[in-house]
Design a protein. Structure first.
Length: 258
């Protein structure tokens, strides 16, 4: 099995960014594979999903040990996302993954998701303030139902594009659970991303849209990258990193859409 050093380097850089900001795995890895390496969007999405499942399993372990996962929230999200993911995979299995037309459709969806992710990073704070009067009146029962619905929406979007579980998921949880600590919101979202990306990734592997050699190369770089990024996160200002990441996502998303 040949391990490409450029793929290892890419995994390391993306892992570094994810470790620093908590966002950017699917948002950056999939478009990087499509735009820089010319990999078919379906293969890029499928490979990135299994890549995310492996890397976020380590994050879930750390958050679990730190007691920063609300497993009720994670279960509610998964109860919506896993069935939605399976249904989406069934539909995708009937669509051929080769050819320019399918590549263009997937790239377009990916680009739109990147733009939405960038906007959620840029305007999260004012958006949450604007919605606070409504979300503060949510009953626990309604919040639980909306969490399941959110999971279902993420299941569809992440299965198609591999993007959205991070920034969009955290923003939705902040709206639904405004009294929870940010660390718990992030930890719960990361824990939910594991079954979501694992089921979606296995489904993509089943239909033949996962490159296992590419996956191994990316993981060889991402694991040390995430460790280093997590160490640097306490030493670099997040207020600088997140806007830079949002700008990159905006540029890449626009490139894919237009």
């Amino acid at each position: 099995m040949h391990i490409d050093p450029l793929y290892i380097l890419s995994g390391f850089v993306i892992g570094l960014l994810v470790g620093q900001t908590g966002v950017g795995g699917g948002s950056l890895m999939t478009p990087l594979l499509v735009l820089l390496f010319g990999i078919h969007p379906a293969t890029a999405v499928g490979t990135d999903l299994l890549y995310a499942a492996a890397t976020k399993s380590a994050g879930t372990l750390v958050h679990g040990m730190n007691h920063t996962v609300d497993w009720r929230i994670t279960l509610r999200l998964a109860s919506g996302s896993v069935p939605a993911t399976i249904l989406t995979l069934i539909i995708l299995s009937t669509v051929p993954f080769v050819g320019g037309e399918s590549a263009r459709i997937i790239a377009l969806i990916l680009g739109v998701m990147l733009l939405l992710t960038a906007l959620s990073i840029f305007f999260r704070a004012p958006f949450l303030r604007m919605m606070a009067p409504l979300t503060s009146r949510l009953s626990p029962k309604r919040a639980a139902v909306l969490t399941v619905v959110t999971g279902a929406a993420l299941g569809v979007l992440v299965t198609i594009s591999s993007v959205g579980a991070g920034a969009l998921g955290v923003t939705a949880l902040l709206l639904l659970y405004p009294r929870h600590r940010m660390a718990v919101i992030v930890g719960s979202d990361i824990a939910h991303a594991v079954p979501l990306t694992l089921v979606a990734g296995i489904g993509h592997w089943w239909v033949g849209s996962v490159d296992m050699v590419l996956l191994a190369s990316l993981l060889a770089g991402s694991i040390p990258g995430i460790v280093l990024g997590s160490w640097l996160s306490a030493r670099l200002p997040e207020a600088v990193l997140r806007p830079v990441l949002a700008c990159v996502l905006m540029v890449v998303g626009s490139r894919l859409v237009f």
